[in-house]
Design a protein around this ligand. Structure first.
Ligand SMILES: [Cu+2]
Length: 653
């Protein structure tokens, strides 16, 4: 195993190698100085976000050497709540823009690190909350507070506060798993600026579930099994990829790796055989709405826009999180004072054997050939509260691109209202009486929820001029041209305008979306393309009139296609926290622009609707979701005929 990390000090030069390279520690500090000089950072102003403001695509493609370096900062004054969206030019040593938000229409800045401390102090000092805990027989010293973004549910006097709503858990011992012991029925509403609890909803009491969830405690998990023998992955000649700074090359693929505190991993200028495929690919937003309509109806997290999913990236450990020949990249984010914080080994790059690539034993000529598939993996893992998410991008020998999210960690819990079913008693009629959650341990429930991710795919298939076709397959009825009823047709619909391209998947039609070049053709004279294969899981299940639906409009469709606009970066809009709704993709397509033969961005919503299982408790085996992009007429034939047999003895003599 080798760790060939690109260390932060190698990337800390004030002059990054490429305009799309992540902001360096030196750049964050330089930007901070510019803001200080402009009087923007007087105490107690904090950074709710700080990252690279990428140069416009046109500049990067035409004159990368002269592209301006800019940083963007979301500043929030913790005493007044004043929120400012700042862009500074490092090249010009100047503030480019500083816009003060109107929270009633713009929403609030994301949660800042210090909010967690504030919330815990404020809630535990509140007499009414303390009294409610004492009434439940709970010792405040053992309680963990969990601040949850508030959404926008009214009344208006609540919505205009910078606020969070707080659920609580009991952690009786140092190593106890607090999520196993939810205190249900009560929530504290905290004004983060006034630093006080302004409302408590205390609607019912259920026993705090008692069973330990400490999965690392031998009393809980039992002794470790001893029957697993080692699997070792070795590449004696090293891996086949080359990582040069943030530029990555593997086989015919090349791309640049980026990282952002809000979006996490970003991939840039993905090309195959020196032909562009995508200018940029990322997961800029996700929403996790919970389906319990009682006092916690507001529970829904936008992990990127509200909490900054990249900021919580894990430092990966060779031999533990990753095995084999691994190259790591560090990520540099900042703390809420805008000072750099290096996350060592945040991004993992490696190569995997992926089983059979192609294989055939010919019944006529006797040929028996087999080839191995491989993939290049670029990934990172992050922890946002109770959940952990791995974001994986795979690049295959045959031109396939795959995005996979691995969701693991601990379920968000409540008390189970049916209360502790036990063996021997009749099965509780959970579906009729308690349809919104699953009992995962005695008296412990996990509400049904969704994890809806939004991929932003700035596609450039053989250039900037692209279009999208929807391809449905259907069986045709018996008729004159189809006398035996076996006909299967592919129906292709060109999506020519933004309004027409807001689409849902269809399992019954095997619906896919083909992104084609309107300028380049293959040997059949047909457009070169890449097809997006969705997993076709449900979109947002909240009612169309629900307050959440207005804020998570992106999640109401599987597909959106927009004309490229550098301001259209985030699926739910720039400022998601407490935003009243309507921002993001529904607003981006309101102009109904022409997307046929244009520079377009494809947005894809995916992810599971999670009905928790007992097996998901106390820590959840990875649940996977994602999507696939496959070359479709991008090549003239199977591009992997030149892959050699895996070993000199294949095929057997
Ligand atoms: Cu889940």
């Amino acid at each position: 195993m080798t760790d060939t990390a690109v260390r932060a000090d190698e990337t800390a030069s004030p002059q990054p190698a490429h305009p799309l390279d992540p902001a360096t520690a030196a750049e964050y500090l330089a930007g901070r100085e510019i803001m200080t000089a402009a009087g923007l950072l007087a105490a107690p102003v904090r950074f709710a976000y700080y990252g690279l403001e990428e140069p416009p695509k046109g500049d990067v493609l035409t004159s990368p050497d002269t592209a301006e370096r800019r940083l963007r900062a979301f500043l929030v004054n913790l005493d007044t709540g004043e929120s400012t969206d700042v862009v500074v030019s490092l090249t010009g040593s100047a503030v480019v823009s500083a816009r003060t938000l109107d929270p009633r229409t713009d929403g609030q800045m994301p949660i800042v690190d210090s909010d967690f401390v504030t919330v815990d102090e404020v809630v535990k000092a509140d007499p009414a909350w303390r009294a409610a805990m004492e009434r439940r027989g709970l010792d405040v010293a053992t309680i963990r507070t969990c601040p949850i973004t508030a959404g926008a549910f009214g009344p208006p006097e609540d919505d205009r506060r910078r606020m969070v709503r707080v659920l609580s858990f009991v952690q009786a011992r140092e190593h106890d798993l607090a999520w196993a012991h939810p205190i249900d029925g009560i929530a504290a509403y905290v004004d983060l600026i006034e630093k006080k609890v302004f409302k408590i909803t205390d609607e019912f009491e259920l026993p705090v579930p008692a069973e330990s969830g400490d999965y690392d405690d031998e009393q809980v998990r039992g002794p470790h099994r001893t029957s697993l023998r080692p699997i070792e992955i070795t590449q004696p000649q090293g891996p086949s990829f080359i990582l040069n700074g943030h530029a990555l090359h593997w086989q015919d693929w090349s791309m640049r790796i980026g990282f952002d505190a809000r979006e996490g991993l970003t991939l840039h200028q993905i090309s195959l055989d020196e032909r562009p495929v995508a200018y940029r690919a990322s997961i800029p937003e996700m929403v996790v709405p919970y389906g319990d309509p009682k006092f916690r109806y507001w529970q829904a997290y936008f992990d990127a826009g509200e909490y900054l999913v990249g900021k919580w990236a894990n430092s990966l450990e060779l031999g533990c999180d990753c095995v084999g020949e691994i190259a790591y990249l560090d990520a540099t984010v900042t703390d809420d004072t805008g000072r750099p914080r290096v996350i060592k080994n945040a991004i993992c790059v490696h190569e995997e054997d992926f089983g059979i690539l192609w294989k055939h034993t010919d019944i006529f000529n006797g040929s028996a050939q087999s080839r191995r598939q491989r993939r290049l993996v670029v990934s990172y893992f992050t922890t946002v509260g109770n959940y952990d998410y791995g974001f994986y991008w795979y690049f295959y020998l045959d031109g396939t691109i795959e995005c996979e999210i691995k969701a693991t960690g601990v379920l968000f819990t409540s008390a189970y209202p049916g209360g502790g079913g036990s063996a021997g008693s009749p099965p509780p009629s959970q579906q009729s009486e308690h349809p919104y959650s699953t009992e995962v341990a005695p008296g412990l429930a996990a509400p049904i929820h969704q994890h809806l991710f939004s991929a932003r795919l700035d596609m450039t298939v053989d250039g900037l001029a692209n279009a999208v076709e929807e391809v449905d397959v259907s069986g045709l009825p018996i008729g004159l041209d189809n006398p035996y009823g076996n006909a299967i047709a592919a129906n292709v619909t060109r999506l020519t305008r933004e309004s027409q391209a807001a689409r849902k998947a269809s399992i019954s039609h095997g619906r896919t979306w083909r992104i084609i070049s309107t300028e380049h053709t293959n040997r059949f004279g047909r457009p070169t393309g890449y097809t997006l294969y969705p997993e076709s899981a449900p979109t947002l299940l909240a009612d169309p009139d629900a307050p959440l639906t207005a804020r998570a409009g992106f999640a109401t469709n599987h597909l959106w296609v927009t004309r490229y606009d550098p301001a259209h970066r985030y699926s739910a809009g720039d400022f998601v926290n407490q935003h009243p709704g309507g921002a993001g993709l529904p607003a981006f397509v309101a102009g109904d622009q022409d997307i046929d033969g244009a520079d377009i961005v494809v947005w894809h919503t995916f992810g599971p609707t999670h009905v928790p299982r007992p097996e998901d408790w106390p820590v959840m085996p990875v649940a996977r979701c994602g999507f696939t992009l496959k070359p479709t007429g991008f090549f003239d034939r199977n591009p992997t005929l030149d892959v050699p047999p895996p070993s000199p003895h294949c095929p057997p003599a």
